[in-house]
Design a binder for this molecule. Sequence first.
Ligand code: KG4
Ligand code: ZN
Length: 349
Amino acid sequence: MLILGIETACDDTSAAVVENGHVIRSNSIWTQRDVHEKWGGVMPEMAARRHVEVMEAVIEEALQSAQVTFADLDAVAVNHMHGLLRSIVVGVSSAKAIAFALDIPLIGIHHIEGHIYSNLTLNPDIEFPHLCLTVSGGHNLLLHVLDHGDYDLIGRTLDDAAGEAYDKVAKMLGLGFPGGAVIDRLAAQGDPTAFDFPRPMIDRNNYDFSFSGLKTAVSKVLEETKKSGGNIDAANIAASFQAAVVDVLVSKTVRAVHDTGVTTVTLAGGVAANSALRARLSQAGEEHNFRVFWPTLPLCTDNGAMVATVAYYKYRAGITSPLNINAYSNAPIGSRGVEYKPGKRKPRA
Ligand code: KG4
Ligand code: ZN
């Protein structure tokens, strides 16, 4: 079964052809980095316009690389829940047009489901239940993945996502946008104990996160150093900042492993590319007896292949979408919805 997956949540335009949920025949991802980097962040209106300009070409490229034509497609899938609204509308309109013209099923998915399944695309044997820590510039969530289509959102950031904090700290250090990968590389040359940055909410008995105070702490150190005429050691700042982020992400995840009893943890989203996070979580896995998976780089970022993998399982479960599905910037994810608060578990229906 060949599914065309389309993803336009933020600043990547992506289309992919995936066979039977797991064989990536193509995964075209056109980044908009050139559009947004001079602004130091994603400009929503410009993102939507660029999606419109390139969507058709990205889909054509995905079909050509997969060596298929529209006529070979069995279904078309799209993220229609979560992201920048006008950006999502571009992907949704394209998917609807293709489904209508070819008379094939349309399968709408939630962007976060895509990240959950980004690990299953190439590792179909990942067992359920497991935990998925999905962290990017736009989201920072911990999910208890009970089964296909059955997820509990057990933790989330109360303010900035970790990727957003990376990008803001990179901006303060004049390292460009997005800055996660640059900080990751720079941190390798610095001393992670040089600055004792806060680990927000690390001792709270829940799985929620907060990174805005950490970002402010970095900005204060930079201001004070400038005022006193001292030299800013960017590598030490990057290493100490990264150590704080990773400490919080890993310790909350380990807490959730103990509380849920899972034996598998998956990392997803752009920050899943982080070398320190991968290393520390693997180490924690060895100490606490859980297996750790992360996706290949093209599957960490927003991409169409993960969308097609989710859609494959939905299709197999008999779930398709009507042609009048709407686009939502932030729809609830999981069986309990976004209101779920750890410690106050709603009874399962
Ligand atoms: O998933 P993604 O491509 O887009 C969304 O934000 O949805 O994630 C991009 C985010 C950016 O914040 C970027 O700085 C961060 O992922 N990122 C990293 C690394 N590579 C990308 N953060 C830390 N370490 C990295 N190696
Ligand atoms: Zn994402």
